[in-house]
Design a protein around this ligand. Structure first.
Ligand SMILES: [Zn+2]
Ligand SMILES: [Zn+2]
Length: 85
């Protein structure tokens, strides 16, 4: 799967760090954490610290079971269903 512009790069990470909880067990206050997919390390925004205040975008296309859900624009990976208009 293409990763396209999932990251607004440093802006997102800087913002995430600024609003991170220093006591967060997941990111240790850095606002992002590392995980690996198939041995390739990635950094991603900590979804526990993310305020999800950047808006959401609709997942449609190749997102499998997540199609139709809304994904946090900050890039933390958080998704939700909108509860109607
Ligand atoms: Zn965190
Ligand atoms: Zn978020």
């Amino acid at each position: 799967m293409d990763r396209e512009d999932v990251w607004q790069e440093s802006d997102s990470f800087r913002r995430a760090r600024e609003q991170a909880n220093p006591l967060c067990a997941k990111c240790k206050g850095t606002g992002n954490y590392q995980y690996s997919t198939h041995g390739t390390p990635h950094f991603t925004i900590c979804d526990l610290c993310c305020k999800h205040d950047q808006g959401f975008w609709l997942l449609e296309g190749n997102y499998g079971k997540d199609n139709g859900r809304w994904c946090c624009k900050a890039g933390c990976g958080f998704t939700k269903e909108l509860n109607g208009p």
